[in-house]
Write a protein that binds this ligand. Structure first.
Ligand code: 475
Length: 832
């Protein structure tokens, strides 16, 4: 089999024109009809929520019509399709997005206005679909938008979590977690497909059978059977032609049970320790970039991978019957990190045990089907599962993993004869005290392509994480730089800027983001600078109002809006930002005339509930904010805001209002970043390290239009191997020492002097693993340069315009084009 036979990619296949013709009056009627007939209420009684539901239902009529045509077209053409396996899809809200992608937003706005409803206000009724933690989950959401927009046959597969990422509240400065219930009052976008239910097995044991010829056959006798119920979310491409599907599996207990497997006595005991079926899709694990290591998490991974594979195979067999020879031509599966990597042994099990293909034929199919994306190098995020746990939950898969490894070790031995060190390093099984299965190694061995998510990251994947694999399989490891959808992250979230851009250079940028470069010609044009900065000012005013509404804090829209939004992690160094804020505070106290442009530092971040230091950093930001905001000696010039419950819909309000984008991770730690792209696209200037996609952003915008500081990846490595000692910096920089000591006094936490001492401890005795102290001084310098630059209004406007103008590379359409041409080898499929 080969998946290159369809290698020709017919251009981008992007939609070009509007397909849905609906005017204001049609739209009005559709909303009212749904208000009456779907919701059973009427105009006089309807509250905002009812209007939202009726409007969503009206949109859904259009969506379903295009969904049906798309599915029919894909079926009739029997197209090769990509299957994007991801434990997370961080979709956010869908109504406004679907309106924008159908190019009906303005029509809807006018229609609703005539009904006495403010659309923008009504959109707030929709809960975010927060089925993801952060970057990895949001990337999946941007990718399926681009896939539909460019009319590629694609399906997203994931988990229908009952509770998405927790809702964050801040009480007395500290994070508390509340359950997220995004479906409480019904979700208008999902449709249950009971006709496509799947059943999967767990636990039990493996029986070895011999047929008459003495051939071994393995039979897995499961201990329990779980039902997977699919929910489909339509994914509307821009232009409204192709509507693909995101299929999410909900777990349910099965009627059916393998009673004969157990003797009555053993059954109850064995079951008691087992995970209950309904629990599987209950809740999203809130750990971003740390492995949970929990049995339930492994079962979640297997559950959605196995349901999805069965779904794919059912669809394949409908056309090709038992002829497996074309499977890898028709099916490519992208593994979004190692979370779905258990799909590799699962496909082997189906092909070898069920379809009775030979191992070699099965392995060839498998390794032509899977491709794997790595999203992080952090050791704590690299998944490993105890052999014992896999043996209990998936006994047959463990055998298969051992067989894969056995054959792989022979390959390694052929390449490096007798080299046990390399074998130990590459082995899928880690021979530690508690034996572990390394899911990264399994993914590399079982895939035909492996990619990192930005140039620097992919280079480090090759040189640090998998150097021997790179020698063994030349060309398998590659890069696909991440991207973001400009539909959500510019057109929809920043309507005024979008309108200005379209007025200036036309609307082609929405499908061809490189067109934004046409704005460069106007970067020094005073009129355009004024128009551009006027939009920014309006957006800042709107965010200032939102800040007041959410926190009561009053901020001056003329101040620099300096934004750091991302998960809370030591490597992302929100505490470096905080130390600099403290330095400014101290300078202002010591010198009331200290010359700085007023600046508001705005944060949004959730900490994993079990990550104590991350929670301490949130607490520190909040207590410092409280002190500064209420200190009349400084609060004309300095304010600090922590916006609670950072999520997609809040990001959409913050990003258009940012002057400054903080991207300050320790070099080598942030695989790519995607918030950096969203902020720059909306005209924010980055202050950042040479890490992840910041490097590529700097290449695009040029060094004059970005504030780069800090150690490079090489310098970080040199510093660490030279025996980094944070005390050297602590004792040699008076301001740095003072700010760190300040945190450990009771100035910010009256009556509780050591509330923040764990933070200080991590930076000093703790060894400062993320080199906060080493980068502090250069960070302060970059901030100073930034402050000076802002005072030159024209210079700043030019920088901001050029940031927007030079972001073409970072559209997810380009990322998808890279995947399609270099990895997936798909043809686009025009839906009429
Ligand atoms: C990177 N999440 C960003 C982004 O490629 C990058 C891990 C384990 C369990 C649950 N979630 C995770 C991640 O590893 C993750 O979000 N990684 C991020 O992926 C998209 O832009 O630099 O940190």
């Amino acid at each position: 089999t080969s998946n290159t036979s369809k290698a020709k990619t017919k251009g981008q296949g992007a939609a070009t024109s509007v397909s849905i013709q609906l005017d204001k009056d049609d739209f009005k009627q559709a909303v009212i009809r749904n208000l009456h007939r779907t919701l059973g209420t009427d105009e006089n009684k309807a509250n905002k929520h009812a209007w939202w539901k009726a409007t969503s239902a009206a949109m859904q009529e259009l969506v379903f019509e295009r969904l049906r045509t798309t599915q029919k077209t894909h079926y009739l053409n029997d197209t090769r399709a990509v299957h994007y396996f991801s434990a997370e899809f961080l979709m956010g809200r869908l109504l406004s997005n679907n309106m924008h992608n159908f190019e009906l937003f303005d029509t809807a706005k006018r229609a609703l206005k005539e009904l006495g409803v403010d659309l923008v206000d009504m959109l707030e009724e929709e809960p975010d679909m927060a089925l993801g933690n952060g970057g990895l989950g949001r990337l999946a959401a941007c990718f399926i938008d681009s896939l539909a927009t460019m009319e590629f046959p694609a399906i997203g597969y994931g988990i229908h979590y009952e509770h998405g990422l927790f809702r964050q509240e801040i009480r007395n400065g500290a994070q508390i977690e509340r359950p997220d219930s995004w479906r409480d009052y019904g979700n208008p976008w999902e449709i249950c497909r009971p006709e496509s239910i799947q059943q999967i097995s767990l636990y039990g044991y493996v029986e070895t059978k011999y047929d008459e010829d003495g051939k071994i056959h393995k039979e897995w006798h499961p201990g329990s059977i779980v039902t997977g119920v699919p929910w489909d979310i339509p994914i509307v491409g821009y232009g409204g032609k192709t509507v693909n599907v995101l299929r999410l599996w909900q777990s349910q207990s099965s009627e059916y049970f393998n009673w004969d497997v157990f003797n009555a006595g053993g059954y109850v005991d064995a079951q008691r320790e087992n995970v209950e079926s309904e629990t599987i899709s209950k809740v999203l694990y809130p750990n971003d970039e740390t492995e949970a290591g929990k049995e339930l998490r492994l079962i979640q991974q297997y559950f959605f991978s196995a349901c999805s594979l069965k779904d794919i195979i059912r669809r394949y067999k409908r056309v090709h019957g038992d002829d497996w020879s074309r499977f890898a031509e028709q099916v490519v599966i992208q593994l979004n990190d190692t979370h779905p990597a258990i799909a590799i042994p699962e496909l082997m099990r189906i092909l070898v045990d069920r379809a009775e293909l030979s191992w070699n034929v099965a392995w060839e199919i498998c390794t032509q089907t899977f491709a794997y994306t790595n999203h992080t190098l952090l050791p704590e995020a690299l998944e490993k599962w105890p052999v014992r746990m896999i043996g209990k939950i998936l006994p047959r898969h463990l055998e298969i993993i051992y067989e894969i490894n056995h054959r792989f070790m022979a390959e390694v031995d052929a390449k490096w004869p007798g080299n046990n060190e390399i074998k130990a390093k590459l082995s899928i099984i880690e021979e530690s005290n508690e034996k572990m299965v390394r899911m990264g190694n399994l993914s590399v061995v079982g895939s035909f392509a492996v990619n990192g998510v930005a140039e620097i990251h992919s280079a480090l994947v090759k040189s640090q994480l998998f150097p021997e694999f790179n020698e063994l399989y030349p060309g398998k490891l590659t890069n696909v730089t991440n991207g973001i959808t400009p539909r959500r992250w510019l057109k929809a979230c920043n309507p005024s800027l979008s309108a200005l851009i379209t007025k200036k250079i036309g609307g082609d940028w929405i499908l061809n983001l490189d067109k934004l470069d046409d704005l460069s010609a106007f970067a020094s044009n005073k009129t355009f600078q004024n128009q551009f900065m006027k939009v920014k000012q309006q957006n800042k005013l709107a965010l200032a109002e939102e800040i007041k509404k959410l926190t009561g804090i009053i901020v001056d829209p003329k101040a620099i809006f300096d934004i750091q939004i991302k998960r809370l992690h030591e490597y992302k160094r929100q505490h470096l930002n905080l130390l600099h804020i403290l330095a400014l505070y101290r300078r202002l106290l010591q010198d009331p005339d200290y010359d700085m442009h007023p600046r508001v530092f705005i944060f949004g971040a959730k900490a994993a509930p079990g990550y104590a230091l991350a929670k301490t950093i949130i607490y520190a930001i909040n207590v410092v904010a409280d002190k500064i905001n209420n200190d009349s000696r400084v609060n004309e010039k300095l304010k600090v805001v922590f916006l609670p419950n950072y999520r997609v819909s809040l990001a959409e309000k913050m990003i258009p209002a940012a002057d400054v984008s903080q991207q300050i991770s320790t070099a080598g730690k942030e695989a790519s970043g995607t918030g950096n792209m969203k902020l720059a696209l909306n005209g924010a200037i980055t202050i950042g390290t040479l890490d992840g996609a910041n490097i590529e952003i700097a290449e695009e915008v040029g060094e004059d239009n970005i504030f780069i500081f800090g150690l490079t990846v090489d310098e970080v490595n040199e510093t660490l191997s030279a025996g980094y000692n944070p005390y050297d910096y602590y004792y040699s920089n008076e301001e740095l020492k003072a700010t760190i000591d300040w945190l450990d006094s009771d100035y910010f936490t009256p009556g509780n002097p050591h509330a923040l001492s764990s933070l200080k401890h991590s930076l000093l005795e703790g060894g400062d693993p993320y080199l906060v102290l080493a980068d502090f001084e250069d960070y302060c310098k970059a901030n100073l340069a930034l402050d000076l630059a802002y005072r030159d209004k024209s210079k700043w406007a030019k920088m901001a315009i050029l940031n927007t103008a030079k972001m073409g590379k970072f559209t997810s359409d380009r990322s998808i084009k890279d995947y399609v041409e270099r990895i997936w080898k798909l043809d686009s499929c025009q839906v009429k």
